[in-house]
Write a protein that binds this ligand. Structure first.
Ligand SMILES: CC(C)(COP(=O)(O)OP(=O)(O)OC[C@H]1O[C@@H](n2cnc3c(N)ncnc32)[C@H](O)[C@@H]1OP(=O)(O)O)[C@@H](O)C(=O)NCCC(=O)NCCS
Length: 186
């Protein structure tokens, strides 16, 4: 594994998206996403973050050696589209977790699948990961479909992991291995 790729996060490019290191300059967009009701539901976010906590997080992650956070930008306009992260490093097993969230207005246009594909290209070829995992709530078929398009396969299901507005939801566990077939922009 090349853990220096986590310390100095590279700019990555796909046909329509550019992934740049997430940092303090993205505060306004990140703050907005954290308060969007639909995004909060889809990610199961209940925490009420303070401005100081979000600012401190954005200032800290650039130097972290166990995660890589990117802002997803529109390559042609520079507009902020969302964020994607590799976290939960298990260096001995070359394994990490990922999560992604597009900003309101951008889901359903292929940006998320492209960002995930570009990030996975990098995760396997440059960082040297063997496995990338994630979990997604069963009430989010758009995310499930996007992850399958990017090469993830369903591994299992955790029952009733979230109680949201009186309804229980399961978590679907997915992963993609370096050896799995998947689309690539390389
Ligand atoms: C999840 C996410 C990253 C996916 O990226 P995206 O760019 O929106 O995904 P795409 O547009 O490439 O693909 C969405 C797919 O879901 C399908 N889809 C959309 N709504 C669907 C539904 N209700 N049921 C089944 N499939 C659905 C689309 O048809 C498309 O598949 P297709 O290309 O085969 O037609 C993005 O939607 C997002 O960030 N959403 C908000 C936050 C979120 O859900 N985060 C994930 C938490 S685990």
């Amino acid at each position: 594994m090349q853990t220096d790729e986590l310390t100095a996060v590279r700019v990555l490019e796909g046909p329509r998206v550019r992934l740049v290191p997430l940092g303090p300059e993205h505060f306004d967009s990140v703050w907005e996403g954290l308060h969007d009701a639909e995004s909060m539901r889809l990610t199961g976010t209940r925490t009420r973050f303070t401005e100081a906590a979000v600012a401190a997080h954005l200032a800290r992650i650039g130097a972290a050696d166990d995660r890589a956070d990117w802002a997803i930008l529109d390559r042609s306009t520079g507009d902020y589209l969302g964020e994607i992260v590799l976290n939960e490093l298990d260096e001995d097993s070359a394994s990490m977790n990922t999560r992604i969230a597009l900003a309101p207005g951008f889901p359903g246009r292929g940006y998320g699948t492209e960002a995930m594909t570009v990030m996975l290209d990098h995760a396997f070829a440059e960082i040297g990961l063997h496995r990338v995992g994630l979990d997604v709530y069963a009430f989010n078929p758009r995310a499930l479909r996007s992850y399958e398009k990017a090469g993830f396969v369903v591994e299992g299901r955790q029952r009733d992991t979230l109680l949201w507005e009186g309804e229980w939801t399961d978590s679907i566990l997915m992963s993609v291995l370096a050896t799995d077939p998947r689309p690539t922009f390389r």
